[in-house]
Ligand binder design. Structure first.
Ligand SMILES: Cc1cc2nc3c(=O)[nH]c(=O)nc-3n(C[C@H](O)[C@H](O)[C@H](O)COP(=O)(O)OP(=O)(O)OC[C@H]3O[C@@H](n4cnc5c(N)ncnc54)[C@H](O)[C@@H]3O)c2cc1C
Length: 429
């Protein structure tokens, strides 16, 4: 049994998807919530950005059917209607894997059987790999880099299927990506129930998917959302926990910032030295998104297209934002980030034209590089638990202990889990 009013006033530091998910859960349970966000807007790494009057995303985000916590939250907030769901259809040059609407695992078996661009021996190798993972129950005896884990797979399969999935999901080059987290992703998407591998694409800017609706949900239930309010420190007092520059004590404080900012907020608590050591081991990976506006919508055969094998960009048709809008995304660090923006634009335009044919006139473009888009999902990374050794102090974010890489689902799960811990502890206090 949990009781919202027993949980007591709760502060949430950070209005990214983790902080918002936590605040929504707590507000729904009747907990008095105050959310502090340092930026002028909510959403964190999944936010809308104004581009000449069009709300674009700071980076194209893709979800899959296995994002249960995220989809549940959007259902609750009434924004799931802004999503478009399609059966998995991976198209990279020279390769296509489309999964039919059959029950699992037949959808995957039939998809592989019909996959374009693989020889029979490569298809058999893919099936052997899947059987191997199942025999291990997707649990590796020891984590290792994904490229070593995949070394017995044919190069074509790695280049066209496993590599693109791993790099897109973990946002980490294969040579340093965690094979265990890659297995977790495969278990819960491609090798999960039929709908788990569905592609779920936003058909509205990120701000409308969660941040705006979550803020309304929280304030309608008596909560407070404070924008442009950076919290610089947390300490304990005789009542509970106090925030620097805020004249009120809270029973619980949830630090829901980017992991790079979390450690600085815990320095008032010597007992959290272990958590700070865990956070100090994190490193970061970038994501580049090139927004293109054409005079007319280019003819995409499918709204998401791979523009090359291995670590290559993906193109997304985004006519929902404005006619002729396209986002081209390249995950993780690589030589592309050393190119001048104009050269990168030309390279992507050429690849897009190779994939879909002659392009309409380009009228505008904008490159957004998020340098610390995600934490590098490396083998054996020790991630902190949401509950810290300091009573009432919690961590929420895509980086807390869990099966997934830095994703919206990881962030939302973490926020929901944090709220559950606060509620579970409430009546026992
Ligand atoms: C370009 C890009 C593309 C991505 N693509 C995908 C994708 O396709 N699919 C997917 O699932 N995931 C994707 N991700 C990852 C996903 O966006 C993140 O995993 C998720 O948004 C992290 O949410 P979070 O709440 O944990 O952290 P954040 O979003 O970082 O939120 C932290 C918040 O805390 C605020 N803050 C920081 N310090 C303070 C302070 N002292 N006081 C108050 N507030 C503070 C920040 O301003 C921020 O709003 C992508 C990320 C990027 C950047």
């Amino acid at each position: 049994m949990s009781c919202g009013s027993c949980a007591g006033p709760t502060a949430i530091l950070g209005g990214g998807w983790a902080g918002l998910a936590c605040a929504v859960e707590l507000a729904a349970a009747g907990v008095p919530v105050t959310l502090f966000e340092s930026a002028k807007q909510l959403g964190g790494r999944a936010r809308s950005v104004d581009w000449r009057g069009i709300p674009i995303d700071n980076g194209q985000h893709l979800m899959v059917g296995a994002y249960r916590a995220t989809l549940r939250l959007m259902q609750r907030l009434g924004t799931a209607r802004l999503l478009e769901r399609r059966p998995l259809d991976l198209r990279v040059p020279g390769f296509r894997l489309a999964l039919p609407r059959l029950p699992a695992p037949w959808h995957l078996a039939a998809g592989l059987l019909r996959a374009e661009g693989l020889t029979w021996s490569e298809k058999r190798a893919a099936v052997r790999f899947i059987q191997h993972l199942k025999s291990l129950r997707f649990r590796l005896p020891q984590d290792l880099p994904a490229d070593r884990f995949l070394r017995n797979q044919p190069a074509t399969l790695v280049d066209r299927l496993w590599g693109p999935i791993c790099i897109a999901a973990l946002n980490t080059p294969l040579a340093t990506a965690s094979a265990q987290v890659f297995c977790n992703v495969l278990r819960d998407s491609l090798m999960g129930a039929r709908g788990d591998s569905d592609l779920v694409m936003n058909r509205a800017a990120m701000g409308r998917l969660l941040p705006e609706a979550a803020a309304a949900f929280i304030t309608e239930r008596g909560g407070d959302v404070r924008l442009s309010h950076r919290i610089e420190g947390v300490r304990s007092d005789c009542v509970g926990l106090r925030l620097a520059g805020w004249d009120e004590s809270f029973r619980n404080v949830v630090i829901a910032t980017h992991p790079a900012h979390a450690a600085a907020l815990t320095t008032g608590f010597p007992a959290l030295a272990g958590v700070r050591a865990q956070l100090a081991a994190f490193t970061w990976q970038p994501i580049a998104t090139l927004w293109l506006r054409f005079a007319a919508p280019p003819g995409f055969p499918f709204p998401m297209l791979g523009l090359g094998p291995g670590q290559a960009p993906w193109a997304f048709e985004r006519n929902d934002l404005a006619p002729g809008m396209v986002a081209i995304v390249e995950s993780a660090d690589g030589p592309h980030l050393r190119l001048p923006p104009e050269a990168l634009r030309e390279r992507y335009l050429q690849r897009l034209a190779e994939a879909i044919g002659p392009l309409p006139a380009l009228t505008d473009w904008k490159l957004i590089v998020e340098k610390r888009a995600t934490w590098a999902c490396t083998p054996g990374l020790d991630r902190p638990d949401p509950a810290t050794p300091q009573p009432g102090l919690y961590l929420a974010g895509d980086y807390t202990a869990g099966p997934y890489p830095a994703t919206l689902e990881g962030a939302v799960r973490s926020g929901v889990e944090c709220a559950a811990r606060i509620l579970a502890g409430a009546c026992s206090k």
